[in-house]
Design a protein around this ligand. Structure first.
Ligand code: 5RP
Length: 236
């Protein structure tokens, strides 16, 4: 373990290192995005360097692509790899059914495409991400910039009929301008507080024309590796 890590980084590192143990020689891997996923990329690079492990990685963002390349991991596109053995990614929240909220790092679209093109998605997370009900973390929704304010109104209207506690929708900014995703779309954050029916909400949001994808990952993840501040790891 690197020296001098804070408890939260110790937890993220511990989860990442355990998940990287699942990687076998020759695998095609989805590489997630975020601070926990960055630990995974570093741990994977260490195995590539020290064990001569041969893997191909499909990054889920330009940030992850840059890090993986810089650390010597072979990076390929999803079109080159076509199908992946395993995706390892972080999450903003997960529940007992392995439903996730993702997109805190604005990479949810590539993350969902890559995870659903994989035999298996393993989530790595610190223990604070485990929740009884999703929704305390604002749900990110990627929308097309064209007509985004009308899309926002349609999302607000859709939320009226949903089992949620909050209904505020905000545009994510980078400085004074709308934050742009890797696909040059915007992110709307839905402040729902508690999501009663995540599956129903995910389906309803994706029926709105300007919505590209939402950050609810339902029936995609099959294992969560939870890291703790003292370096312990537990599997869900
Ligand atoms: C990026 C994501 C991340 O996986 C999520 O935000 C968790 O990030 P972190 O590991 O930094 O807490 O979904 O879009």
């Amino acid at each position: 373990m690197p020296a001098e890590l804070s408890p939260i980084d110790t937890a993220k590192f511990a989860a990442a290192r355990r998940a990287v143990d699942l990687v076998q020689d020759g695998m095609k891997l989805g590489l997630g995005t975020g601070s926990t996923a960055a630990w995974m990329v570093r741990c994977l690079a260490e195995r590539v360097r020290e064990e001569g492990l041969r893997v191909q990685g499909v990054p889920t963002s330009t940030r992850t692509a840059d890090l993986a390349r810089a650390l010597g991991i072979q990076v390929v596109t999803l079109d080159e790899a076509k199908w992946l053995d395993l995706t390892i990614d972080g999450a903003d929240e997960f529940d007992a059914d392995f439903n996730l909220i993702k997109g805190g790092g604005a990479a949810l679209l590539q993350e969902k495409i890559v995870a659903t093109a994989s035999d298996r998605m393993v989530v790595i997370a610190d223990a604070a991400k485990e929740v009884a009900h999703l929704g305390a973390f604002p749900l990110p929704v990627e929308v097309i910039p064209f007509g985004w304010q009308s899309t926002k109104m349609l999302i607000e209207e859709t939320l009226e009929g949903m089992d949620v506690l909050g209904r505020e929708v905000t545009l994510r900014l980078s400085g004074d301008a709308p934050l742009l995703t890797d696909e040059k779309n915007y992110i709307l954050d839905l402040h729902l507080k508690r999501i009663g029916e995540p599956r129903q909400l995910g389906v309803a949001l994706n029926q709105i024309a300007g919505v590209v994808e939402n950050g609810l990952f339902i029936d995609i993840c099959d294992t969560v590796v939870v890291g703790h501040g003292d370096g312990r790891v537990s599997l869900r």
